[in-house]
Design a protein around this ligand. Structure first.
Ligand code: HEC
Length: 641
């Protein structure tokens, strides 16, 4: 009895179902174009995917799992989040295509008229970009075992170039493409990588631990080699070795891999200079990457204010297994928020580098921000440690690092030096912040000696466990009387004002009465003033004489290592920086506008920027004008840098 209703139901519905099937998508007309365009490039013999998807039979056989991986957007592999930047060669399927595939599976996977099936795309044999200008090869094969953990191996290939070149593209050929998962193309003219390889046995050296001197980008499975747009090219210094940092997935059988690399050169130097904008610098080495065991959502952020108009060309992200999300946003000077890049579920296996479809123009004054999070909890299926352990910055695959790295251009090539200078300042500030926080950098583990300026700055106590709260800055600045001062830490005050000077800058000296007057007015309201002498060779005696001559009564610090210069980003004397209790820089620039330019002086200032900033801070208001251009003498770089 129970069967009856079903049968009746089926009888009633039969004509309808047939009708629906007639309208259902067919392989020949609707599905083949999706599969051939989006799947077959990898799912064919000799490529990396585990089975071919080249015809109706293949597709029918795998249809159910194809639907599942398309629904989860696991396949085709494409990791940038929709809406955060538009990229070239996007593999993202549209919702419509995914729905179509699903409908086809539901309809019983009809083939349709086989004659209407499109031809398979022509997958180029050989070099996809044409004949390379230079072809190099590993000197012997790397034996890839059948099983075990994933392998990271670096192969060093001397290029033998006797002149500098400009590289527009890199392509490679693999003898075992099934196991080769990604390659990062690094350059090394220091000999460091070469020194790590042995003459016998397996070629190259294992791991991710190696500091390159340049980079030519990278490739991940299925990535289409392409030339840089608009005549752009990357510098390749003569005498450099090419270092292939590779990642192998083991296949269950042994393989031999000999990678051949083709380099494509530009005829001439590019008109525009590609520049790296790493957020944070050095993959987070100075950004406090120290992740407690079990912690989900450990986060670091970084930001950089563009000193000139900039075009974004491309972007990539990097972290190891615990990396979870990477995001980059921009706040334009008019307050508009722009989404630049986002990966929501970082997968170390798919290191992508992405070129924007169109350059993204960002005007001067735009703040570019990045945020990277890690998941070191036991719930992270990719966590290599069970139970989770504390993880610090490092180059091993169980260590962590993280950054969003942009490739950018100055909109006006003439602005390149200014852009570079600002980037250098950004790096220095990051380093000084690490120092002020008391970060412990394990230089020995990194295998390089710390730079001199790092060693000479006061070393904070070693910390065994990650700190629970922001530490009090262990700064060791002493004034001329040998008294410890904390200009970067606003302790029991409303703000600190740092007044950067030299003994011989006339404009700086001319401001002595003004800064002293401001000090009188604001000191009793909780603002501390410090004079910072930026001449690293100045003797204490000379500084004392100068202070006396110009009537400076605030503590005077000789910034011998330019730590304060770096931390605040000042570039001139006289220039002032105002620090808030949360450590943020509230204002940087001129004291007032009485000097419109060098050699020009107004009888009286119209705009009193420092005074306005301090008044706003004391009133609990936002500082209206947080950055101004100081007029005066340039602060020279320290010779040691
Ligand atoms: C860029 C190369 C590439 C493209 C394009 C690609 N795949 Fe894959 N596919 C792979 C690789 C590699 C694997 C093996 C899994 C891995 O390594 O993560 C895989 C695995 C799979 C699996 C098995 C998943 C599992 O583990 O159960 C399915 C199903 C699949 N792909 C379907 C598709 C479909 C459908 C498309 C097109 C819409 C597609 N793939 C496009 C590379 C690719």
């Amino acid at each position: 009895m129970r069967k009856w209703p079903v049968v009746i139901f089926a009888l009633v519905l039969t004509p309808l179902t047939v009708h629906a099937a007639e309208n259902a998508p067919t392989f020949a007309e609707d599905i083949a174009p999706i599969v051939f365009d989006s799947c077959t490039s990898c799912h064919r013999p000799g490529q990396v995917a585990p089975f071919p998807l080249m015809n109706y039979a293949d597709t029918r056989k795998h249809a159910k799992s194809m639907r599942r991986v398309m629904d989860d957007r696991f396949m085709p592999p494409w990791h940038p989040q929709e809406g955060f930047g538009e990229f070239r060669d996007s593999r993202r399927l549209s919702d419509k295509q995914i729905a179509m595939f699903s409908k086809w599976v539901d309809a019983g996977m009809p083939e349709g008229d086989a004659k209407k099936t499109p031809a398979l795309p022509k997958f180029p044999e050989g070099w996809q970009l044409g004949k390379p200008d230079l072809v190099v090869e590993m000197d012997r094969p790397f034996n890839v075992p059948a099983e075990g953990a994933d392998i990271y191996q670096n192969f060093v290939i001397p290029l033998g170039l006797t002149e500098d070149k400009w590289v527009t593209a890199v392509e490679f050929r693999a003898t075992a493409p099934v196991v080769l998962h990604h390659i990062l193309y690094f350059l090394d003219d220091s000999g460091r990588a070469r020194a790590k390889t042995s003459k016998e046995g397996q070629p190259g050296f294992p791991g991710m631990g190696f500091r390159p001197t340049g980079s030519l980008g990278g490739w991940a499975v299925g990535g289409i080699p392409s030339k840089l747009p608009d005549g752009l090219a990357l510098p390749l210094k003569k005498g450099s070795d090419l270092v292939l940092q590779t990642h192998f997935h083991l296949s269950g059988k042994t393989e031999k891999e000999t990678i051949t690399v083709g380099l494509y050169f530009a005829d001439k130097a590019p008109k525009r200079t590609l520049i790296g904008l790493p957020l944070p610098p050095a993959f987070g080495l100075f950004s406090g990457v120290d992740i407690p065991a079990g912690k989900a959502g450990f986060k670091i952020t970084d930001s950089f204010t563009l000193p000139v108009d900039v075009d974004l060309v491309g972007v990539g992200a990097h972290a190891h297994y615990l990396g979870k999300t990477m995001k980059a946003m921009a706040t334009l000077p008019d307050g508009t928020e722009k989404k630049l890049f986002s990966i929501q579920d970082w997968d170390f296996n798919w290191q992508g580098q992405y070129l924007y479809k169109e350059f993204v123009r960002l005007p001067k004054g735009t703040v570019v921000r990045s945020e990277i999070t890690w998941d070191n909890s036991a719930n992270n299926p990719r966590n290599p440690s069970d139970p989770p352990v504390r993880v610090k910055w490092g180059e091993g695959s169980k260590d962590e690092m993280g950054a969003v790295n942009f490739r950018i251009l100055a909109a006006n090539e003439a602005d390149v030096p200014k852009l570079r200078e600002a980037l250098q300042t950004h790096v220095r500030q990051t380093v000084v912040h690490a120092r002020v926080r008391g970060d412990v950098i394990e230089w020995e583990k990194l295998g390089v000696p710390p730079p001199a300026w790092w060693k000479e700055t006061p070393t904070p106590k070693k910390q065994d466990e990650p700190k629970k709260e922001t530490p009090k800055a262990p700064v060791g600045f002493r004034d001329l009387d040998g008294k410890e001062q904390t200009p970067l830490t606003v302790d029991g005050a409303k703000a600190n004002v740092l007044f950067f000077i030299t003994t011989d800058c006339p404009i700086g000296n001319s401001y002595s009465p003004e800064i002293t007057a401001l000090q009188k007015e604001f000191a009793e309201k909780g603002v501390r003033f410090y004079a910072v002498q930026v001449d690293s060779e100045l003797t204490a005696d000379a500084a004392r004489t100068h202070a006396k001559e110009y009537g400076l009564s605030m503590p005077i610090i000789i910034d011998t290592k330019h730590q304060l210069v770096s931390a605040t980003g000042v570039t001139r004397t006289p220039e002032v920086a105002v620090i808030l209790p949360d450590g943020k820089l509230a204002y940087r620039g001129r004291i007032d506008d009485r000097y419109p330019g060098l050699g020009k002086k107004k009888p009286a200032p119209k705009q009193r920027d420092l005074k306005d900033a301090l008044t706003a801070i004391l009133a609990g208001e936002a500082v209206a004008n947080t950055r101004t251009e100081a007029v005066g003498c340039s602060i020279p770089d320290l010779p040691t840098r």
